[in-house]
Design a protein around this ligand. Sequence first.
Ligand code: HEC
Ligand code: HEC
Length: 447
Amino acid sequence: MGRLRARLSAAPVAGLACLGPLVLGLAARGGLRESPAPAGREGAAVEVVEFDERERAILARLSPLGAPPADPTNAVADDLAAARLGRRLFFEKRLSGKGEIHCAHCHDPERAFSDGKQLSEGVGKTARNAPGLIGVAWQRWLFWDGRADTLWAQALHPIEHPLEMDGDRVAVARLLERDPELRDLYEGVFGSLPEMDGWPEHARPEEGEGALGRAWRAMTPGEQELANRVFSNVGKAVAAYERRLIGGPSPFDRFVRGLSSPDPKASAGDLALLDPSAQRGLKLFIGKAGCRQCHTGPSFSDGEFHDVQVRPLSGGERTESMRLGAVRKVLGDPFNAAGPYSDAREGAAVEHLTFLAAQSESWGAVRTPGLRNVALTAPYMEQGQFADLAAVLRFYSTREGAAPAGHHQEKVVKPLNLTPEELGDLQSFLLSLTEEPPPEEWRLPPP
Ligand code: HEC
Ligand code: HEC
């Protein structure tokens, strides 16, 4: 990483515009090309490994990132005022039961919105690693097991989860009602808040004899519906905010742009951003190492669920059904895309649900994580089982420590037996996926 960073800072792309004729030779591609070093990078040569037509076609599907897919289930998904409200809420500790935990507690803007821990801790210790959120708008299913089908429905889970924020939807509605600034922001986007006279101070649906569940059951169905409406709007505002967590081009994106650019001057600057090791890693990634089989598309995730047989943190065999259990959860979620709080009860998101079946193949399967900015979100896997990228790559290469096959194991992941050099190349490539950070307006807490 040090090397890549150093190179990036030593040769800012803007500064390369003055290279002039020095780099013209790069226009013709193929084979290993060399050209005199740009000023400031002593001795380094711009080398480009051969990428054939097939590989270039594959690269065109990975970059550029483009715009995030629309989310018609959220009418305010791309509304600026909703995103501003969402940003306030994302950094709002009062959404939590004791007023101590906000979303950024586990999704730290300084760590690409992850938390650097194996298992996240909020009110209590959870059983999962916190994914980074840059580019989360590209994910079709949310959570490692995909138990939420929209970004806005996902946001509702941590607020009420007893180990995360331990808040409740009625207290959230009351916060909006009583805080003049939040109230203005909310009503500017969603219209008037409902009358809450007669509502309890705290309530959320839950099983058992807990006070929150009892208070919820004591509310009328009409009151519950109104509280759910406000709660779903909170999720939609937070999602509108999260949809703006989009990074700028990574060195990889610049490199792909360079490969396909007809302008030699422009492409020299871009091509120089991936050193030969990262280029070889890229070739491996889309070729022999087979990573692209699952890590595909502009976010480097197929959005599907696979079992790569990582052992649980506790060791031993895997016992969690992951995708299998999550299918039932998302189908039963009143906030799913087909439910009464969705703004598009027909369309792609609903079809995904209609054709969703709990199949035994999905036992133990985990959603393929995207790989953009992966260098910033260690540790890795759903329980942070691997401390760094080298450990992840070693696992794919040797399969050492893999858990026994699940119930209906897909036989996709075989030991790759990569050489140390190949492992280094793949790692260099993964580091080149670090994007420019999203604009401060969205990355930082509101003033
Ligand atoms: C206590 C730490 C914690 C807090 C607080 C927290 N999260 Fe998370 N978040 C996690 C963990 C852990 C996961 C993964 C859980 C899983 O997949 O089962 C996660 C998953 C997510 C995901 C899914 C990402 C993906 O790629 O599927 C999103 C989006 C998200 N959180 C947003 C939020 C928002 C919005 C809030 C505040 C309303 C929030 N989180 C609060 C720890 C936290
Ligand atoms: C069969 C599909 C599949 C293939 C092939 C595959 N991956 Fe993955 N990858 C996954 C899944 C699923 C996870 C999450 C596993 C888990 O959490 O248990 C993952 C996790 C990762 C992670 C950790 C990301 C994070 O945020 O925690 C990295 C890095 C990674 N893969 C890189 C690679 C590389 C490099 C290759 C090729 C050598 C590869 N993968 C091949 C499906 C795949």
